[in-house]
Design a protein around this ligand. Sequence first.
Ligand code: HEM
Length: 189
Amino acid sequence: MRHTPDFSFAPEPVARYSGLAITLHWLLALLVIGLLGVGVWMTGLKTSPTKIAVYGWHKALGLTVLALAVLRLLWRVHRPPPPLAESIPAWQVALATQAHRAMYTLLLAMPLSGWLQNSAAGFPLTWFGLFKVPALIARDKAAFAFWQQAHEWLSWALMALIVLHVLAALKHHYLDRDDALKRILPWKP
Ligand code: HEM
């Protein structure tokens, strides 16, 4: 008779996100948190060549976020996230789904509002000086004021959502001790 080893004490392997999803998650996190900080800081700068350069970088990196967020969404359709642990109650899964939807909405709305603001101001826009980015709308004072305000309010909403997102991840990891955070860590736990 063959001997079957007892696996009952071996931990279940963590069902992780795909490598591309993990890379995009941390790249977007780095870019978005950086852009939020730089955005708040740069608006207080006095007009100078430095301010103009920082604004240019902010806009180009913001457009990069838009492209990466679209890529992430397309990839998510192709490779849906791994299922969450069964220990997580249904209401928490539903809440996480809504929070993630809100995050994707803001990841698109944030750069789009910046792009619309820049278009309404009539400022030229390039991606790191490599190619011209067309205006989305015509130059218009009222539209500029609207999109400038929208960009600022959306940034507060995004900051609040990021704080909740991080707190939820830490709660799952340290209090509930489930795999929610481990699934997206760049290294294998
Ligand atoms: C995820 C992407 C982005 C984030 C997180 C972000 C974040 C921010 C934040 C926090 C501010 C300061 C808001 C304030 O206090 O008034 C700001 C300002 C600004 N952003 Fe963005 N931004 C993004 C993308 C873009 C894009 C794509 C553009 C343009 C193409 C843009 C153009 C601007 C401009 C022109 C300002 C200055 C507004 C002013 O001078 O009042 N942003 N951004």
